[in-house]
Ligand binder design. Structure first.
Ligand code: BG6
Ligand code: MG
Length: 224
């Protein structure tokens, strides 16, 4: 059966821009202050999941009072928001704008579906917030990825059905969320061999958006 695609939903961090490094630096500063061991490798497990779940994973089973957990998340976010000041339109990843142009020309609806509560700030700093018909962020739903809620909420804002929509994701939790919601998926695997496994369950896997032409993606989705 041929998929009739009329909408695209993009994850933000790791798909449209690479904020994983900034998240890492912010968590790392907090972790160092607290004496918690935290490496770049540990940071990979935080991809796509909420701030709260990120803290849980960083703590690796260490139990702390709720008040302290709130303080740590607040502190990390302050460091992260400071780092966001460095973002400019040059930080849109290669190929993303060309794909948005093609999709717009083809009449597709476009949205962002991000777990981040900073998604509006990041999109504004990148200078592309007006390119999207809807933005779903970390404030829109209670159940975060891998629950399908955020993508379903975002598709609802577009007036699009999941079976007519492709979700672009770089995180395992994001691919699972999209698949549980009944969406088609494109996994953005990156170039680091050690972490490419995280999106293997996607319908189509690409290293990045740099050579992602809309026609190719649609044809691959139809063959998947
Ligand atoms: C996701 C990131 O987009 O947003 C995660 O991939 C991050 O690493 C999550 O934890 C929540 O972000 P924020 O900005 O609300 O702390
Ligand atoms: Mg992501």
């Amino acid at each position: 059966m041929t998929a009739r695609i009329n909408a695209l939903i993009f994850d933000l961090d790791g798909v449209i821009t690479d904020t994983a490094e900034l998240h890492y630096q912010a968590w790392k500063q907090m972790a160092d202050e607290e004496g918690y061991p935290f490496t770049r490798e540990d940071n990979e497990a935080l991809r796509g999941v909420s701030r709260r779940e990120s803290l849980n994973r960083l703590l690796k089973g260490r139990v702390i009072p709720e008040e302290k957990a709130l303080d740590l998340m607040e502190r990390k976010n302050r460091y992260y928001v400071d780092l966001l000041e460095t973002i400019t339109p040059a930080d849109v990843l290669p190929g993303a704008l060309a794909l948005l142009d093609e999709a717009e020309a083809a009449g597709l609806k476009l949205a962002v579906g991000s777990a981040s509560r900073n998604a509006h700030t990041v999109l504004t700093k990148l200078g592309i917030i007006d390119r999207f018909d809807a933005v779903g962020d970390g404030y829109c739903v209670v159940n975060t990825k891998p629950a399908p809620d955020l993508f379903l909420w975002t598709a609802g804002r577009l007036g699009a059905y999941p079976h007519n929509t492709i979700v672009f994701e770089d995180a395992e939790a994001g691919i699972e969320a999209a698949q549980r919601g009944g969406f088609y998926t494109v996994g953005i695997a990156g170039h680091d061999q050690s972490v490419q496994g995280r999106v293997t369950k996607a319908n189509v896997v690409l290293p990045d958006l740099a050579h992602a032409r809309l026609a190719d993606i649609l044809s691959k989705i139809n063959k998947a």
